[in-house]
Design a protein around this ligand. Structure first.
Ligand code: UDP
Length: 584
């Protein structure tokens, strides 16, 4: 902890420097000016001493950088799963490039050589292998620092990343907030004192307040770094984001859909939701126990044209208070507070539905789709709601009546306009009753259809929702109590008996998995696979007790391999125990 004294001076800075950005950094030249200001304002010698310490630290930091250069150690085999930890990673705000300074003490692991550019060292956002999101650095000898601008050191532990699309709530939650939250949990020094650096180049964006919840320090965006200096050096930093919580791929290389290998459960999503709820200081709205429906409305486009009628119908059908919220008219705290106690959330397809993750267990999500949109092809919110342990009921409704849709062919292309297309293509789109699967992000037919407004056929919607609510599973227990897997069976033994020239029996017994004695499990079964040695097929059996005598297909004077595993509640398959060799 060479720079331990930084901790102590931080409060002094915060109190005295008007500029919030300067409060985090200390800069050699600026500091000299400030020392006088500070000395005037603070007569306290202790603090003055601390400040003089800063200058010594600066010199020491600079000397360290020149001597030691940059150190990098990464986790992950590929650029798509790599996160790197750096000491003394620098950034030129003029060149807009990161710099790795080489010296005799620098470390670069992995040392990829030119493979570092094939295609990149790592993904800077959680969106996989997107060529606008790659991270790399340029290399220089540490000695070249002599000829470069005086570095400004960033004392905070930094998490350096790209946000993918900070103006879209789905992207905010799925690509940024959840991955940042869990990347921070992966590395203990990324705590509340850490600072986030957003390098994608956007301004703060519409939802900056949400990003601010993740650490105690104001995040900085790329543009702001310029005001801090020409050469920034991050004392300690992590670069990249964990993708472990993402559940959706947006269709850059194949049509959009759930990720092939989802690794997150509702449990982690809900813990993140709890963190956000607490940080927002959200109080639970309404009377406890009172059930209500939230309609999340869009006000700019993809509108429900008969929303008032819809609200009345929902209230009447379910005998519940029904309220509307929108991003335009409500604060985040209000929305989270309302959603977190709602029984049902009804909304047009759109990013606002990412906020389903704040719903309580057992709630129902009703997603409405405009005409010609097949809900099966666009499932970011369905996938979220149906993650194991999310315990949400999901139902989709589509407008199937052309007369109930309002199109906007003359709007700009990115709002679904098609006037720029040739006439034949326009006609084809207008006649089509379903948008074929397509890649992201500029398919004009998709944009045309997804930006329609809809007059919802109330009767058909209510019918769909009624059906869903009727089949809703009862209130579930915590996911982890019902989703635990058996351990290996233990101490397996076999005993053979030969009955005759062609008849034999194999008695196999074992002990229950070690964790079973601590669990209440509805149904415990065992699967036993018997394979004749040297054959590549096996015969599977399912038995209820930890011993069984097999006689079918068992031959005398033969070697058998026996594989045993335990199964809880039909679908929780445990691991196979070490193979057992049995000879008749
Ligand atoms: N948005 C909104 N009201 C509207 C239209 C959009 O709040 O009337 C929000 C929407 O929730 C999202 C962002 O604006 O966070 C961008 O919306 P867009 O239609 O581009 O994306 P989508 O919702 O289809 O993902």
């Amino acid at each position: 902890m060479r720079f331990g004294s930084r901790m102590n001076i931080a409060p002094v800075f915060n109190a005295l420097l008007v500029c919030a950005l300067a409060a985090v950094l200390w800069k050699y030249i600026k500091l000299q000016d400030h020392v006088f200001v500070l000395e005037e304002e603070l007569v306290l010698t202790r603090q003055t001493q601390e400040l003089s310490q800063v200058r010594i630290d600066y010199q020491a930091a600079l000397q360290d950088l020149v001597q030691d250069g940059t150190k990098m150690v990464c986790a992950g085999k590929m650029h798509t799963d790599r996160i790197c930890r750096f000491e003394s990673l620098c950034y030129s705000t003029e060149a807009e490039e990161f710099i790795f300074f080489h010296s005799n003490s620098s470390v670069m692991l992995p040392n990829l050589g030119s493979r570092r550019f094939q295609p990149a060292l790592l993904d800077l956002s959680s969106v996989e292998d997107h060529n606008t999101q790659y991270f790399n650095f340029v290399e220089l000898p540490a000695a070249s620092l002599k000829f470069m601008p005086k570095p400004v050191f960033v004392p905070d532990v930094a998490l350096i990343l790209n946000r993918f699309n900070p103006d879209n709530l789905m992207h905010v939650f799925h690509d940024d907030l959840l991955p940042i939250f869990y990347t921070m949990q992966q590395f203990p020094d990324l705590d509340q004192e850490a600072r986030l650096f957003f390098m994608e180049g956007f301004g703060e964006g519409l939802h900056f307040e949400l990003y601010k919840l993740l650490s105690g320090k104001q995040p900085l965006v790329r543009e702001q770094l310029k005001t801090l200096g020409r050469l920034l050096c991050f004392t300690k930093s992590y670069v990249g984001l964990s993708k472990i919580t993402t559940w959706y791929q947006y269709g850059f290389v194949q049509p959009q859909g759930p990720k092939a290998n989802i690794l997150v459960s509702g449990n982690e999503i809900r813990q993140f939701a709890k963190f956000v709820t607490e940080k927002l200081n959200v109080s639970s709205e309404g009377t406890p126990g009172e059930e209500y429906i939230v309609v999340f409305s869009r006000t700019i486009n993809r509108i429900i044209l008969n929303e008032a009628e819809l609200i009345l119908a929902l209230a009447r059908e379910f005998q519940m208070k029904t309220i509307t919220v929108s991003i335009e008219d409500h604060t985040f705290s209000d929305i989270v507070s309302l959603i977190s106690n709602a029984s049902m959330l009804v909304s047009m397809h759109g990013a606002q539905l990412a906020m389903s993750l704040f719903l309580p267990r057992g709630a129902t999500v009703v997603e409405l789709f405009p005409y010609a949109i097949n809900p099966e092809h666009y499932t970011p919110y369905k996938t979220l709601c149906t993650l194991p342990g999310m315990d949400l009921q999901y139902v989709a409704w589509t407008n199937t009546e052309k007369e109930n849709t309002v199109t906007y062919p003359d709007r700009p292309w990115d709002q679904g306009g098609i006037a720029h297309l040739d006439k034949a293509e326009q006609d084809r789109i207008l006649k089509s009753s379903e948008v074929p699967r397509h890649l992201c992000c500029r398919n004009p037919e998709w944009l045309f259809r997804i930006y329609q407004d809809t007059e919802v056929n109330i009767a058909s919607l209510i019918q769909v929702v009624r059906q869903a609510v009727k089949t809703r599973p009862g209130p579930k227990r915590q996911a982890w109590t019902s989703g635990l897997y058996p351990g290996k069976v233990r101490g397996a033994k076999c005993q053979a008996s030969v009955q005759g020239a062609s008849e034999a029996k194999l008695s196999v017994s074992w002990q229950i998995p070690w964790n079973l004695k601590y669990l209440k499990v509805r149904e415990v079964k065992y699967e036993v696979w018997i394979q004749e040695q040297g054959e590549n097929t096996y015969v599977p059996y399912t038995v209820s007790h930890p011993n069984h005598t097999f006689s079918d297909n068992i031959k005398p004077f033969t070697n058998y391999l026996v594989w045993i595993r335990c199964i809880f509640n039909k679908n929780l398959l445990g691991p196979f125990a070490d193979v057992l060799l049995c000879s008749t």
